[in-house]
Ligand binder design. Structure first.
Ligand SMILES: Nc1nc2c(ncn2[C@@H]2O[C@H](COP(=O)(O)OP(=O)(O)OP(=O)(O)O)[C@@H](O)[C@H]2O)c(=O)[nH]1
Ligand SMILES: [Mg+2]
Length: 519
């Protein structure tokens, strides 16, 4: 008797998939073997998924660690450092999907530069006496997004959120120097920029498609500077999406230019195309990035590029090379906004004992913060990340609020939250590298935070001043007399951050042992 087949006689789909009537015995045996193998693989996948779901459930003895802080503070970057330390192979698996993010970061920055230049008619004219009515205003998010954000009046006291913009917008110079151009050199400069704009147009046009690819088409209102929000698991989805597009792609004609070698590796055709455009326009990007008008716009703070924009534009020859694969350092600098809460699981070896850590990386923008609270329940520890370099920056979500003020307000809410009162609390005063370079460039803290007063504008004084404010918030909201562990960090620095993570792990573990002893 023939062994039963998977194909039912009645079901129309099964009927359509029925083997041909002419099937030989050998063919049938091969088919049944393939079916059995497919079934075995499918069951194995189900089993893996069940195990993963089981692992995701926090068990007694697991550590639940939350990364909290405002948008752009460095939470996801810190999460990548945990991943590098405790699950490095998973970062390797995701490496390809970071190419999409980095290309998006580059293309988005180019668009930001070109749009800002356009708003100033492609010239850096120092002689124009701008009246406020003519000047672009920081007060709309559009203007900020286009790089016009000049600083609102300084925050008179930290944590006073009523310190909105009062100063006259535009025309601000922080004394970094400006050059007066003759009319002819000005026109020549504008003509060069117009030419570059034309050459870069196809690349810039790919921005929205790249954004769609990453977000899966979901737009989040208030995305501000035009960044992209992604949900947990976006890496795998980006790759799946890419593979889907690959399958539906026609085979290249024989006389077609051979695409980048990555094609064979199953890379998204869109990413391939952007890669090709980057390769073709590398010199133009160089020229734009080093153009005196662009440099002048940056010096005058008419153009405010984010740190990641500058990082990738500085490394453009590498990023635009045909065989580009993101390095770990590139992945640490890449920027993508977290939507909701993403859980990551690591097995952490603590002095010979393997403990499962559940790390929750949250979206820090104001519109995302409501999703944090369900995760407060049974949390063991929090790392609160506050970017101290942000003293001259204002919230994307509300340009009246200085970002240090926002961090302090958020920290107050965390310290005073009843659900978190026994949680082990760690504070990362982050982006110290950027703070150092801003101070070295001559940015004055008191211009943005008047309560800083006449203190010396050196790095040590500034970081201690900010630290004192966070400590004060903690002291005032510390019913349980818990300890606050503070670290000055630059979480893009792998060596230093991994040392600090080791330190944090040990201090969490001590608390964990103490609480376990009490149970
Ligand atoms: N130079 C420097 N860049 C940093 C540092 N920390 C983070 N960054 C960069 O800042 C950007 C924002 O960091 P993220 O980790 O994405 O910020 P986030 O807190 O997760 O932001 P949301 O997901 O929007 O809440 C990224 O481009 C990082 O590379 C730092 O210490 N120094
Ligand atoms: Mg994030």
């Amino acid at each position: 008797m023939r062994s039963p087949s998977l194909y039912s006689q009645d079901d129309p789909i099964s009927a359509a998939m029925k083997p041909p009537a002419t099937e030989s015995d050998a063919e049938r045996a091969a088919r049944l073997e393939a079916e059995a193998e497919a079934k075995r693989i499918s069951e194995q996948i189900d089993e893996d998924l069940r195990e993963e779901r089981e692992r995701m459930k926090k068990k007694k003895g697991d550590v639940k660690l939350l990364l909290l802080g405002q948008a752009e503070s460095g939470k996801s970057t810190l999460q990548k450092q945990f991943q590098l330390m405790y699950k490095p192979s998973s970062l390797d698996q995701e490496r390809a999907s970071w190419t999409t993010v980095i290309y998006f970061n580059v293309v988005h920055s180019l668009k930001q530069i070109l749009t800002t230049l356009e708003q100033w008619d492609d010239v850096l004219d120092d002689d124009i006496d701008m009246s406020p009515a003519d000047a672009p205003s920081y007060s709309t998010s559009k203007a900020r997004g286009n790089g016009f954000a000049d600083q609102p009046s300084p925050s008179t006291s930290l944590m006073d959120s009523s310190n909105g913009p009062k100063g006259s917008p535009g025309g601000y110079s922080d004394g970094t120097g400006s050059t007066s151009h003759s009319a002819s050199s000005r026109d020549a400069g504008a003509a060069q920029i117009a030419n570059l704009r034309q050459k870069l147009a196809p690349l810039v046009a790919a921005e929205s498609q790249l954004a769609d690819r990453l977000s899966g088409g979901i737009t989040v209102s208030g995305s501000g500077k035009g960044g992209v929000y992604v949900r947990s698991g976006w890496q795998a989805r980006t790759i799946e999406n890419a593979l889907g597009k690959m399958k539906s792609r026609r085979p290249p004609a024989t006389n077609e230019k051979k695409p980048r070698e990555s094609q064979e590796a199953g890379i998204d055709p869109l990413v391939q195309e952007v890669g090709r455009l980057l390769e073709l326009t590398e010199d133009d990007i160089h020229e734009l990035w080093s153009h005196p008008t662009v440099k002048g716009m940056i010096a005058k703070r008419r153009l405010k590029l984010d740190e990641w924009s500058e990082f990738f534009l500085r490394h453009i020859s590498r990023v635009a090379s045909p065989d580009y694969v993101p390095t770990t350092d590139d992945i640490l600098h890449a920027r993508i906004q977290t939507m909701g809460v993403a859980e990551h699981i690591f097995d952490v070896n603590i002095h010979g004992k393997l403990v499962t850590w559940h790390l929750f990386d949250v979206g820090g923008a104001r519109g995302q913060r409501h999703s944090w609270v369900p995760y407060f329940d049974d949390a063991n520890a929090i790392i609160f990340v506050a970017p101290v370099s942000a003293f001259d920056q204002y919230l994307e979500e509300d340009p009246r609020v200085n970002r240090i003020d926002d961090s302090l307000q958020l920290f107050t809410q965390v310290c005073s939250n009843a659900l978190l009162k026994s949680v082990h609390l760690v504070l990362f005063l982050n982006k110290t590298d950027l703070l150092r370079s801003k101070l070295d460039r001559g940015l004055k803290v008191r211009k943005y935070i008047t309560s800083f007063g006449e203190r010396s504008n050196d790095y040590e004084t500034v970081v201690q001043y900010f630290r004192a404010h966070f400590l004060q918030v903690h002291r005032r909201n510390n019913e349980n007399r818990r300890v606050l562990y503070t670290h000055f960090t630059s979480v893009v620095d792998t060596k230093a951050t991994q040392r600090i993570i080791g330190n944090v792990r040990d201090s969490i573990f001590r608390g964990y042992l103490q609480s376990a002893a009490l149970v």
